[in-house]
Design a protein around this ligand. Structure first.
Ligand code: PSV
Ligand code: MN
Ligand code: MN
Length: 406
C-alpha cells in the first residue's frame, strides 16, 4: 500500500516539476532541537501535575531526548536551561550526551526565578541586581564552552505592571549595556539568540516586547547576535511569516522556538492549532534558501530550529515526538511549493494563481513521502506507535512520580 501510494505521489510531484530527490534530501537533513525542560514535570500557575516516569535529573532528561532522536532520526541536540539543568561537571553532561548520540544545543539562562529579579534582572534599577544577572549570563557562556554548545539563547522576563513604575529608556540602556558585556565574552563561534515577548510575566510593558526591539538590539551588539522567533510570543493576528522573511533578509534571523499559540504563549504542541502558519513560515525560509545573495542563504543554513514546550497534561516523550512530526509534516508540504510557479504568478501580478500555487502544496498528503523517508533512514514508520510499544516506555515507569520539574 505504502509503495503504491508513494509511487503515485512521486509521479504526481514530478509532473508538477518538483525535484523529489532534493525534497527527500532536505527532509533527511532537517534537524530539530528538543528542550530539556519539555521532558520534566511542568504546569500552569494553577497546578503542576506529577507524572509517572518523568526524568529525575539532567542526565535522564538527555536519555529521554535520545529516545525521541532514536525514533524520529532528526533530533540530535538538546537545549539546556540553567539552573534547571545545573550539574557539578558539565564535561560529564557533554560526554553523557555524546554517548547517547546527542550533543548539547542552546544554553538558556534563567533570569526570572530568583527573588531579586522581581522588578527585573538586566533592566533592574539596582546595579547589584544587574551585576548578578550579568554574572549568571557569563556563567552560561562558560557552560556553553564546556558543553560544546554554540548558542546562548536569551529570554528576558523583565517588564513592569503599572504605568510610571519604571523608566523605559533607562531600562533600555541597562539592557544594552548588560548584553554588550556578555557579547564581548562570547567566543567567535558562539551566537547570542535574542527572544522577545510582548507580555507575561509583566502585564504593562516588557523590556524586549517585539521582534523590532530584538532586531535593534542584535544590530547594535554585532554579527554574532541574532533574533530568536518564538512562535507563541506575538499578539493575536501578527503576521509571523512576514517578520521571519524580513529578519532573514537582514541576516538577523537566528532561530525558532516552536510551540502553538491559541490565546497566549501556551507552550503546547506545535502545529496543533495553526499548522498553516507553520507551513507559511517554512515557505519563506525555503524561498530565501534560493536567494541570489549568499549571505541570505548562509543565514537560512544556520537557522536553529528548536522546540520550546512544556507539556502539562500530556505524557512528555510522545508529546515531543508528536511535535517533531508536526514540524516535519509542514516542512515537507512547504518543500512541495513550486517556487517558479509562485514567481511566475507574482510577476504576472496574478493574485489568485499565486495564492493557489502556495495553498495547494499545503493541501497535499505527504504521508507516503514521510513513510518512505523513515524507511530509508532505518526508522519506524510510525514513531508514536513505536514509542508506545517500546521497552523504553515501560522501563521509565520505574522512575515513579516526583521527577524534575522546572
Ligand atoms: C517563557 O515565555 C518561555 O516560554 C520563553 O519562551 C523561553 O524561551 C522559555 O520560557 C524558556 O526560558
Ligand atoms: Mn521561547
Ligand atoms: Mn514562551
Amino acid at each position: 500500500m505504502t509503495d503504491r501510494a508513494y509511487a503515485l505521489f512521486e509521479e504526481q510531484q514530478r509532473a508538477r516539476g518538483i525535484d523529489v530527490e532534493l525534497v527527500k534530501q532536505r527532509l533527511k537533513s532537517f534537524t530539530i532541537e528538543t528542550p530539556s525542560w519539555g521532558y520534566g514535570d511542568s504546569g500552569t500557575r494553577f497546578k503542576t501535575f506529577q507524572k509517572v516516569g518523568v526524568p529525575r535529573n539532567p542526565f535522564e532528561k538527555l536519555e529521554d531526548a535520545a529516545e525521541v532522536h532514536r525514533l524520529t532520526g532528526v533530533c540530535p541536540s538538546v537545549a539546556i536551561h540553567i539552573p534547571w539543568d545545573k550539574v557539578d561537571d558539565y564535561e560529564q553532561l557533554k560526554r553523557h550526551a555524546e554517548q547517547l548520540g546527542l550533543r548539547i544545543g542552546a544554553v538558556n539562562p534563567n533570569l526570572f526565578q530568583e527573588d531579586e529579579y522581581m522588578l527585573g534582572s538586566v533592566c533592574n534599577a539596582d546595579p547589584a541586581i544587574r551585576r548578578k544577572a550579568v554574572d549568571h549570563l557569563l556563567e552560561c557562556v562558560t557552560i556553553a564552552r564546556q558543553t560544546g554548545s554554540r548558542e546562548l539563547s536569551l529570554w528576558i522576563a523583565d517588564g513592569t505592571n503599572y504605568p510610571g513604575q519604571a523608566d523605559f529608556r533607562k531600562r533600555k540602556g541597562w539592557l544594552l549595556e548588560s548584553l554588550a558585556e556578555v557579547y564581548r565574552a562570547m567566543p567567535a563561534e558562539m551566537r547570542m539568540l535574542i527572544e522577545y515577548k510582548f507580555f507575561e510575566p509583566a502585564f504593562y510593558h516588557t523590556d524586549l516586547a517585539d521582534w523590532g526591539m530584538a532586531f535593534n538590539l542584535a544590530q547594535k551588539l554585532g554579527p554574532q547576535a541574532q533574533v530568536l522567533v518564538d512562535t507563541g510570543h506575538h499578539p493575536p493576528g501578527t503576521n509571523v511569516e512576514h517578520l521571519v522573511a524580513y529578519l532573514i533578509d537582514e541576516q538577523k534571523l537566528g532561530g525558532f522556538h516552536f510551540n502553538s499559540r491559541k490565546y497566549a504563549d501556551d507552550d503546547l504542541i506545535v502545529g496543533a492549532i495553526n499548522p498553516y502558519e507553520l507551513f507559511l513560515i517554512f515557505f519563506q525560509i525555503i524561498s530565501a534558501s534560493a536567494d541570489q545573495n549568499p549571505q541570505v542563504r548562509t543565514t537560512v543554513e544556520k537557522i536553529a530550529y528548536m522546540i520550546d514546550q512544556s507539556h502539562n497534561i500530556e505524557p512528555k516523550i510522545p508529546a515531543m515526538i508528536r511535535s517533531v512530526l508536526n514540524i516535519q509534516t509542514q516542512y515537507a508540504k512547504a518543500l512541495l511549493i513550486n517556487l517558479e510557479e509562485v514567481r511566475a504568478a507574482q510577476d504576472a501580478q496574478d493574485v489568485l494563481a499565486a495564492e493557489d500555487a502556495v495553498r495547494k502544496a499545503f493541501e497535499m498528503d505527504v504521508g507516503p513521502l514521510l513513510t518512505v523517508i523513515r524507511e530509508e533512514m532505518g526508522l519506524p514508520h510510525d514513531p508514536m506507535k513505536a514509542f508506545a510499544e517500546s521497552a523504553y516506555a515501560s522501563k521509565i515507569l520505574a522512575r515513579g512520580k516526583g521527577g524534575a520539574s522546572w
